[in-house]
Design a binder for this molecule. Sequence first.
Ligand SMILES: [Zn+2]
Length: 473
Amino acid sequence: MSFVVHNTLTRRKEPFQPLEPGVVRMYNCGPTVYGRAHIGNFRAYIFADTLRRWLEVKGYEVRQVMNITDVGHLLDDADEGEDKVEAQAKKEGRDPWEISRHWTRLFMEDIQKLGIQPALVYPKASEHIPEMVEMIEGLLAKGCAYQSGEDVYFEVARFPRYGRLSGNTVEELDAGARIEVREEKRHPADFALWKSDARHLMKWKTRFGEHGFPGWHIECSAMARKHLGDRIDIHTGGEDNVFPHHECEIAQTECFTGAPFSTYWMHTKFLQVDGGKMSKRLGNCHSIDDVVAKGYEARVLRFCLLRGQYRTPLNFTWAIMDESKSVLENLDDLAARLRRAMTGHGAAASAESGLEDVEQCQAEFEAAMDDDLNTPRAIAALMGLRSAVLAERLGVSAAAAANQFLVHVADKALGCIRVEEESLDAEVERAIAARQDARKRQDFQESDRIRDALLEKGIVLEDTPKGVVWRRK
Ligand SMILES: [Zn+2]
């Protein structure tokens, strides 16, 4: 079945078709490294990772690039205010390079904890200045940009499609309601490709002037082009990236290359916390550390965020985290029961029994993921499989097929279920055998001791007509 994705550019769902058969070139707007990433940021990164995982399940080779913005992202997304990294450096009395290195390291640790697979490359803006200058010079040569003092601006009037992604029009922007009118700009919507500021600490000498640094938008255009080529298949980001960031990226890249930049633009909706906006003032910009300090594994956060489809509003509360934890544990339990059913424990008498249940679950799961990554519907499909296992409707072959699907399709995509065979299994099986021996000897004191010892490890034993089965508490 074909994979359908929602394209912000066309405002509809479209069948996914890469430029080169079998290969997907994907660019994800990454973090600006001046502070700890919070759960809202992770919604976008977990989405990008799940998208990549699903494309890989479908057999594509995914070339994924996520940038690290370490310079040029100003406090106001539209060219104004202090550089975010430098402002933080000043606040802490530290070097901006040290600030960006520090937060980049923590970001990498955080995404690893969330089961986010490493991208092909994490390019840093500060390490791609020549590529940016090359594009800016090309835009100047084509007459799409102009120099004003030591600054260089992109002239939006030279790109008639400006506004197509966000729905903004140049006329509306003309009012300058959002963007402060600067006299060195020909039009208030013109945006900076290169800015000069002698006080800026991270700066480069170029033909435009002595003390310059890049605009945030040109960074992504240049890094995407360097690592993926002039044209890419998918560009992702949070909904706040649509304007001005992605609108400006499209204008620059397409003026420079003369070709469409990205075929699909995919954006995640904001995450709400406790029913409202996240804000530092409310103290609800939770980090991974906050999640772990509350006693949750990081994978529970990943699962919690996947329980909402990426384009629908999602609310985060600790109560929802609790609920997510118990649903995820049910899926862990499904995996454990399938492994045991494969060996005949808790399995139906006929090996083939329940194969239709497995096929139906797999079809529902895949149809949901193929429908613009409808993760909540995909998760619901797995619950159907759990009912079949709990009712012991699956035979040995069906359990093996279900396990294969759970490990290589479902969890390959979701990335948070405990599907791996663990050494604990063998240990628990040995203890169960010892307890059975004790019971045969009518040594109930010993059999209770073994049961209690397992319970302390979080393992619950259940005596069933088909023998003893265990699950995590
Ligand atoms: Zn970007």
